[in-house]
Design a binder for this molecule. Structure first.
Ligand SMILES: [Mg+2]
Length: 188
């Protein structure tokens, strides 16, 4: 039986539950050579939302090595981990999902399982792309949540989640994570 009409809590993985300490390598090929730089996951999602990449994907090389498989350098973020545990202890009220921009889930799943998170009670989704809207669509249409609360370190995904909540008229709230803690001072 699929639970319906519960409060849906969505956690991102990298830099929200797990301090991955990784960067995305970005190389731009131009007529005059290559320009290389490094982006945090948050910076990367904002850049992708600008659409610059989609204009000419062949111009770019992107390397997500730090965000593939098990996060060997990963450390738990205590504040969000404690909240995750608390939500999972109250299944009559909450349903908990993990939505990551990674292209696979075995690494995050194993990381949480090893930290004794009750992963069997969670829903796991990956977008494989800096667009999590389809994941939110799937969750909302399956679960019909009474409200949504999202924990994210990337503002672009908070905005995407709000957009889909507005579409379905679902009450929406969020917590922005920055430097391993909840940024209570921050508003959309
Ligand atoms: Mg993240």
């Amino acid at each position: 039986m699929i639970p319906k009409n519960k409060k849906l809590i969505i956690f991102d993985f990298d830099e929200t539950l797990c301090k991955t300490n990784g960067l995305i390598k970005r190389v731009k090929h131009t007529e005059n050579g290559e320009i290389e730089d490094f982006l945090t996951p948050g910076e990367y999602s904002i850049w992708r939302e600008t659409g610059e990449y989609n204009l000419n994907p062949k111009q770019w090389d992107l390397d997500f090595k730090s965000f593939t498989g098990y996060p060997n350098e990963g450390e738990i973020i205590p504040e969000t981990f404690a909240l995750l545990r608390r939500y999972l202890e109250q299944p009559e009220i909450y349903i908990v999902a993990l939505v990551t921009g990674r292209d696979e889930l075995s690494g995050p799943y194993k990381f949480l399982e090893e930290k004794e998170i009750e992963v069997k009670k969670m829903i796991f989704l990956c977008s494989g792309d800096p667009n999590k809207r389809m994941c939110y669509e799937s969750l909302f249409n399956t679960l019909h949540p009474s409200s949504v609360l999202v924990y994210e370190d990337a503002k672009a995904y908070i905005t995407q989640c709000e957009e889909i909540c507005l579409k379905y008229d679902i009450p929406f709230d969020f917590r922005l994570i920055g430097d391993g803690t909840i940024r209570w001072d921050w508003k959309l």
